[in-house]
Design a protein around this ligand. Structure first.
Ligand code: ZN
Length: 164
């Protein structure tokens, strides 16, 4: 083992970012929100769902299990690449929006947690966008500096020449 490897092995290893599995909680929230919405709008009771809401919900739950983002997924309402299909996505968003107001009264803690998750996803997105714009700025500065160096040297030379 070389010295470099030894030094490397002594350095603290960078911790992988912690991933919390919020998927079961999100599913539970979606299920309950669907129940609230359907009971209020489609004449069903006891959190049971009508045929249409059942179809939307089962599609959503299947798709969540196959989510390409894994357990680190953003909540479905915030997803930039919704995978439910155009119509199911539209239905899903309408049901979640409509059911959430009722959820706040019957399951306030769950609703607030869900809201926090959506804010978290937004925050991560802002941070990511900021990072890329910072990098772009850095790149622009680097190019500028290079350009300035390239133009400066012949100028100073020509000044010297004139003095002579
Ligand atoms: Zn329904």
């Amino acid at each position: 083992m070389g010295i470099l490897d030894k030094v490397k092995s002594l350095l603290p290893k960078r911790k992988p970012p912690e991933l919390k599995n919020n998927v079961p909680q999100e599913k539970e929230n979606i299920r309950k929100t669907f129940g609230k919405f359907c009971n209020a709008n489609h004449g069903t009771t006891d959190g049971k769902l009508c045929a249409k809401c059942t179809a939307v919900l089962s599609t959503v739950l299947i798709k969540i299990n196959r989510c390409p983002y894994g357990i680190g997924k953003p909540i479905c309402e915030q997803c930039e690449t919704p995978c439910f299909g155009e119509n199911f996505t539209k239905d899903f968003l309408a049901i979640m929006k409509g059911g959430q107001k009722k959820m706040l009264f019957s399951h306030p803690v769950m609703t607030i947690k869900h809201k926090m998750a959506s804010l978290g996803a937004e925050y991560a997105k802002i941070q990511r966008d900021k990072k890329t714009s910072d990098k772009q700025k850095e790149d622009a500065e680097r190019v500028k500096a290079k350009f300035a160096n390239a133009t400066r040297s012949p100028k100073t030379k020509s000044k010297k020449r004139r003095k002579k």
